[in-house]
Ligand binder design. Structure first.
Ligand code: NAD
Length: 292
């Protein structure tokens, strides 16, 4: 078997197209242009790149964006004032606070301040809580998990009853991904640093989602033949021969897994582009549902 390489870039471009078309039609009909505010604190180079890419994509699709860049020593009070201002701004439909935050700022507190109807990242406790509850529908599903589900469904539209293993239980990727797969009726196991017999657990998976941040952790013999493997990892591995001095690798041993899996996402070009596409879709959806 040779795995299908899932083209996240192409699937993301399809979503961009849909979002741009809808915005064009809606603005022509007099509806407001969707607006996204990004808030970046400090100078983490990876966060700067992520925010820049999000703003560029907004421009491309016709989303109005406003970028706030604050120094690393910003206080919680300053951030609170900014979020309160954005919560009340009628031209802003989505608020994205880029994570991680500097140590002096309580992440949970900041996320709690965002109006849940503008919470396009889906991390506000009300949306996070609704994701975990049966018979409740969150206003926004976190972008990376939503993108992961789309990638899986591009291969296998119906995942009910499938055995899914998610490695990683972070609040932004692993846990909401596990909850989303469970809501779609997969049988889900969540693994983490304390998991015993990790390789053995992984070998049960029809769907294996790896969100760890450890280059090439998952080896070929951890993968069940015919499994769908979603590699979320984005690891910068030093490489003097590369232009940037590093290469980007995933959390799986991609080349060795290709002959075994049914489908796998590459890094880069798999989950990364989908995260941005789902953010654009959430921002449009915020404008459609909650414009005042
Ligand atoms: P995190 O550090 O918050 O969480 C990592 C999780 O992996 C933890 O739950 C931990 O228990 C688990 N873990 C760590 N080492 C492990 C091991 N050896 N065995 C089993 N479990 C282990 O990270 P995160 O924010 O969830 O991100 C995970 C990866 O996904 C990172 O590489 C990050 O850069 C990437 N990421 C990519 C996107 C994207 O859009 N492509 C978005 C978010 C995160």
């Amino acid at each position: 078997m040779t795995a299908l390489i899932i083209d996240g870039k192409k699937i993301a471009e399809g979503i961009h197209q849909e979002v741009a078309d809808t915005i064009r039609k809606r603005t022509a009909a007099g509806y407001p242009v969707p607006g996204l505010a990004t808030v970046l604190i400090g100078e983490d180079p990876a966060s700067q790149i992520y925010v820049r890419n999000k703003i560029r994509t907004c421009e491309k699709l016709g989303i109005h964006s406003v970028a706030y860049t604050l120094p690393a020593d910003t206080t919680l009070k300053t951030l609170e004032e900014l979020i309160n201002f954005l919560n009340a701004a009628p031209d802003i439909h989505g608020i994205l606070v880029q994570l991680p935050l500097p140590e002096q700022i309580d992440e949970y507190r900041v996320l709690s301040l965002i109006n849940p109807q503008k919470d396009v990242d889906g991390f506000q406790p009300i949306n996070a809580g609704m994701l975990s509850r049966k018979n409740s529908t969150p206003w926004f599903i976190p972008c990376t998990p939503a993108g992961i589900l789309k990638l899986i469904q591009s291969v296998e539209p119906e995942i009910a009853g499938m055995e899914a293993v998610v490695i990683g239980r972070s609040s932004i990727v692993g846990m909401p991904t596990a909850q989303l797969l469970c809501r779609n009726n997969a049988t889900v196991t969540i693994c983490h640093t304390q998991t015993r017999q990790l390789a053995e657990v992984c070998r049960r998976a029809d769907l294996l989602v790896v969100a760890v941040g450890h280059s090439k952790l998952v080896k070929a013999d951890w993968v069940k033949p015919g499994a769908i493997v979603i590699d979320v990892g984005q690891n910068r591995v030093e490489d003097a021969s590369a232009d940037k001095g590093y290469v980007l690798t995933g959390d799986t041993d991609f080349d060795a897994i290709v002959p075994i899996a049914r489908a796998i996402t590459p890094v880069p070009g798999g989950v990364g582009p989908m995260t941005i596409a789902m953010l654009m879709r959430n921002t449009l959806s915020a404008a459609i549902k909650f414009s005042v």
